[in-house]
Design a protein around this ligand. Structure first.
Ligand SMILES: C[S@@+](CC[C@H](N)C(=O)[O-])C[C@H]1O[C@@H](n2cnc3c(N)ncnc32)[C@H](O)[C@@H]1O
Length: 208
């Protein structure tokens, strides 16, 4: 018996953040199809490519969930870390990917991220869920992460369908404008697919 019928209902419902991530991971084994979705999302292929050509040694993913992409980063870069607010997700990630480093924590707990000494921060599909913390996160990264690379992927909802977070941004141009004060961009782009009405966006840069 799960608390809500669908995993999506633990996240955002009726245009409001629910944010019950820990309960969601207790009730559902594979939310967002994390165990197999990676390979079909083109923005992730772009991230993989950037990791390969940039010679990063210690990438770190914020909002890493069950850790599948952290493992991919480890294989590419030699070591990798990840943080997620859900204890259950991180316990599972540690069992499945024992060669990676994982932390339970919130995006604002930057001391946990810093203690891994990352050379690249990856924010993967987490930004919609931390909107109210983003201003503080921006301040923290400009204070503590200067010179560290940042990779960001986020789904952009089809025009007219976005209910949550419209006051912040609605498309890649908006995501980039928001982060512009603290990120010096080098690459960005959006991918569309017949299989998904959302655009999959990414940007890459260095924290100023
Ligand atoms: C859409 S999932 C992305 C999982 C994985 N990165 C992927 O793409 O398969 C978003 C993740 O962000 C995590 N999350 C939500 N709020 C967070 C916060 N404040 N700090 C850290 N992680 C958070 C959730 O627990 C969830 O695992």
């Amino acid at each position: 018996m799960t608390k809500y019928e669908r995993y999506q209902d633990y996240v955002i419902k009726d245009g409001k953040l629910v944010g019950e991530f820990e309960t969601m991971y207790q009730d559902f084994d594979n939310p967002w199809d994390q165990s197999f979705r990676e390979n079909s999302v083109l923005s992730k292929s772009m991230v993989e490519n950037i990791l390969r050509i940039s010679d990063f040694k210690r990438p770190y993913e914020i909002g890493c969930g069950l850790g599948y992409f952290v493992e991919k980063m480890r294989v590419i870069c030699g070591s990798a870390g990840g943080l997620d607010v859900s204890k259950t997700a991180i316990e599972k990630a540690k069992v499945k990917f024992p060669l990676c480093h994982f932390d339970v924590g919130d995006i604002l707990e930057v001391e946990k991220i810093l203690s891994f000494q990352p050379d690249c921060i990856f924010m993967d599909e987490v930004t919609w869920y931390v909107l109210e913390k983003l201003d503080e996160f921006k301040n923290l990264i400009s204070k503590h992460f200067k010179g560290i690379s940042i990779l960001h992927t986020l789904r952009q909802y089809p025009q007219g369908t976005q209910q949550y977070g419209k006051d912040y941004f609605t498309d890649l141009k908006g995501f980039m404008k928001y982060f512009e004060p603290v990120v010096d961009y080098s690459d960005w782009g959006s991918f569309g697919s017949k299989a998904d009405p959302c655009m999959h966006t990414f940007f890459f840069g260095v924290v100023k």
